[in-house]
Design a protein around this ligand. Structure first.
Ligand code: SAH
Length: 328
């Protein structure tokens, strides 16, 4: 097992990164095989009560046009994703409490009738809500810790508490969700040492999935002039995650693709085994702008689906045919 010092060294070592990527690819192949699991991502509301400095849909961004899908639009989007062959639906939004416990439970029950795995990524809610969502059939929950540097966290998420987010993750785990978490790489003020701590945190937490993506500066946020994260450092972070937790699910993130066309394919060759194509339709797609130049934002869901399938096949991998749950 890697020590903190070894992780720091690997994170910093640009020269030998190809060896790291090849090793992570090997670990991926041995532990989770060649299947790439697709998750259909539905971005159903860009309304958010939080004000995270990095995020394009932060409450304080008055320039963004806000939307929320109706329950019918949401269910219809899920149905069309299932018709395209997706086995997992991911519902993501800002922290929009208009989607009350009861509304969410109804949506979850309707989507679960489609015989798919269901992931929620709607941020912090109370224990009762998490419990009710689980009882309605939600299988997985995705909530990044973003950074384990608590000072940095509180600087970047002024209305939020690191401890509270951590306790949400513990509650979700206790309730039997398959738990996804993760971080952004290249946040202003983030150190290599703290990224090493993040990786060890995710290992200790025993996540079932870890999403790692570069921070990308958004022009309508207080971090407009900050440097964006580096693709290669993000890939090294992800590759080390694969070595630390050999059998978990690791997505090739959209943020990687947004920094460089084919960023996701680079990730799939460096430890990743999951892709989350966006199936949000029409204008909503453009309005869920967490960061600028988001990959595939002008494409249709169907185009994205066949495009990624072609690319996956071209590197000798195949699309997963089951739910793609974490196999321990
Ligand atoms: N409200 C939900 C979903 C957040 S959006 C929640 O709190 O979990 C999903 C992820 O996008 C965030 O967790 C964050 O890691 C990432 N993100 C937000 N702004 C970003 C930016 N400017 N660059 C890169 N990733 C960003």
């Amino acid at each position: 097992m890697l020590t903190r010092e070894e992780i720091i060294k690997l994170l910093s070592d640009e020269e030998n990164q190809d060896k790291l990527f090849a090793h992570a690819d090997d670990v991926r192949k041995k532990n989770v095989g060649d299947e790439v699991h697709l998750r259909a991502l539905i971005e159903f509301s860009n309304i958010c009560r939080n004000n995270c400095l990095y995020c394009g849909i932060r409450k304080g961004n008055t320039a963004v046009k806000r939307y929320r899908m109706s329950e019918n639009e949401l269910i219809d989007t899920a149905k069309s994703a299932v018709a395209m062959g997706f086995k997992t639906i991911v519902l993501q939004s800002g922290e929009d409490l208009w989607f009350s416990k009861d509304k969410m439970c109804r949506i979850i029950e309707n989507i679960k009738k489609l015989n798919v795995a269901l992931t929620l990524s709607i941020g912090e809610r109370n224990y009762d809500d998490y419990k009710a969502f689980r009882e309605s059939g939600a299988d997985r929950y995705l909530m990044r810790i973003e950074t384990t540097d608590k000072n940095l966290y509180h600087k970047l998420d002024p209305l939020m508490s690191w401890q509270r987010r951590y306790e949400c993750l513990l509650a979700l785990k206790e309730l039997g969700y398959e738990l996804g978490s993760g971080i952004m790489v290249g946040l202003p003020g983030q150190t290599i040492e703290s990224i090493a701590d993040d990786l060890l945190f995710l290992k200790d937490l025993g996540v079932d999935m870890a999403g790692i993506g570069p921070f990308i500066a958004h022009p309508q946020t207080p971090l407009a002039n900050a440097d964006s994260g580096n693709l290669y450092l993000s890939l090294r972070t992800m590759a080390i995650m694969r070595i630390l937790l050999p059998d978990i699910n690791i997505p090739a993130t959209t943020a990687m693709e947004s920094l460089r066309p084919n960023g996701r394919i680079m990730a799939l060759k460096a430890g990743a085994n999951v892709v989350m194509p966006n199936v949000t339709f029409g204008e909503y797609r453009r309005l869920y702008e967490l960061y600028p130049n988001k990959a595939c934002v002008n494409d249709t869901p169907l185009h994205c689906r066949s495009c990624i399938e072609m690319k996956i096949n071209a590197i000798g991998r195949k699309i997963g045919t089951d739910f793609g749950s974490h196999k321990k």
